[in-house]
Design a protein around this ligand. Structure first.
Ligand code: SF4
Ligand code: SF4
Length: 377
């Protein structure tokens, strides 16, 4: 297993982190239960083969993930790092923070959490809840009492909010120590901020390194990007994430022992990733996009559309289909978009307002029609 310095936390973290959001489950009547025997086996194998970071959260696996993880690590709790998360709700205050923390400690069956995250925060929840309701101070107090060892956050917002959160926490005397955010070959929007916070000394963890399953689909993407023989897609995902020198750990939500074994094999191979290949993959990906016949940057200048058509989303789905070659996944994305009431070319009133505003001068109407035809087939 490869290990990295986890920012300035003083910890060494395994390059592969175990995401505990997809534990195997079964149904008993109406209830969804975790298959504890399988979880115990997967977690023990991961630990024995060097994985030391296990990331859970109160609501994962129908609220059973924390307890299942706690059970599985009983024999080696002090040799690993446990990460879990505090849900952020308006009005919760310091007492609410404490209540969630105590619940997690109980479920995990431990007296301390190594990395306790403000969960899935954004600029709004940081400014309107975390700061004014004294949650930073509540975290500091819990740290002083030894209930948590490091203060962390996980993030879902525009990347610029990361800087605001990290800098403001620091100014208020409760610096964030690690960050968990979305990052993968298909979504590099947080890349610059990962570098920024890592330079400031924060540990960095990527969630969704396989793009929420996207890269788990079979594809010839690696060959397309490098000209080399194709490799398994999860391997490509790790190559990209772990080649980034500012990133300390890539989480994978592992569902079975086979996945655990495969991921560990890649994360343990020193030759599997390098900064050089990371740069090569990133720039090859950019040029593939640029030279595709429909180069939508996702800038959203064409929005809003009077017919409420989410043009950048539709073109993004097409990019998955056409550029990345993830056809089945793109079809699922389109199905999902439509199921949620997403409008398509058939709703277009032909006003042309979008085309006047598109900096890429795309023939939006023509392309929307083309894309719709492909997905209707
Ligand atoms: S031409 Fe169609 S897609 Fe473009 S803004 Fe008008 S209604 Fe929306
Ligand atoms: S304005 Fe053009 S490039 Fe920007 S999101 Fe819309 S279609 Fe894409």
């Amino acid at each position: 297993m490869n290990y990295r310095d986890f920012g300035k936390t003083g910890e060494k973290i395994s390059a592969l982190g175990f995401g505990c959001m997809r534990f195997p489950e079964y149904k008993e009547g109406e209830k969804n239960l975790v298959d504890q025997d399988k979880v115990d086996e997967m977690i023990a194998y991961a630990y024995e083969n060097g994985v030391n970071y296990f990331d859970t959260a109160p609501y994962y696996c129908n609220q059973n993930s924390e307890a299942a993880l706690g059970h599985a690590v009983k024999g080696f709790r002090d040799k690993i790092l446990i990460s879990t998360k505090c849900p952020i709700n308006a009005g919760m205050g310091a007492d609410g923070y404490r209540k969630f923390l105590e619940q997690s400690l109980t479920r995990l069956g431990t007296d301390h959490i190594d990395f306790y995250h403000f969960w899935g925060i954004n600029r709004g929840s940081f400014n309107d809840i975390i700061v004014p309701e004294g949650l930073l101070e509540a975290a500091q107090k819990a740290k002083e009492e030894g209930l948590i060892r490091h203060i962390s956050f996980s993030f879902h917002d525009h990347p610029s909010a990361i800087k605001h959160i990290v800098d403001t926490s620091e100014e208020r005397g409760v610096p964030m120590e690690t960050m968990l955010c979305q990052y993968n070959l298909l979504d590099r929007s947080n890349e610059e901020m990962i570098k920024y916070v890592n330079e400031k000394g924060l540990g960095t963890v990527a969630m969704g390194p396989v793009g929420g399953g996207r890269l788990a689909a079979p594809t010839e993407l690696y060959t397309k990007l490098t000209g080399k023989p194709s490799i398994a897609t999860y391997e490509l995902a790790f190559k990209f994430c772990l080649g980034n020198p500012s990133l300390n750990c890539a989480l994978s939500g592992m569902q079975n022992l086979d996945m655990v074994k495969k991921n560990i094999k890649v994360a343990s191979d020193d030759t599997a990733f390098s900064e050089e290949e990371w740069e090569q993959l990133g720039s090859a990906m950019e040029s593939i996009k640029k030279f595709s016949e429909l180069y939508c940057t996702g800038c959203k200048y064409c929005q809003p559309c009077p017919a409420d058509i989410n043009i950048p989303r539709i073109f993004e789905i097409y990019t998955y289909y056409n550029v990345y070659g993830l056809k089945d996944h793109a079809k699922n994305m389109m199905r999902d978009y439509k199921n949620r009431g997403g409008k398509t070319f058939s709703d277009c009133i032909g006003c042309g307002a979008c085309e006047d505003k598109c900096p890429q001068h795309l023939e939006i109407r023509k392309n929307l029609e083309k894309v719709m035809k492909i997905f209707e087939e």
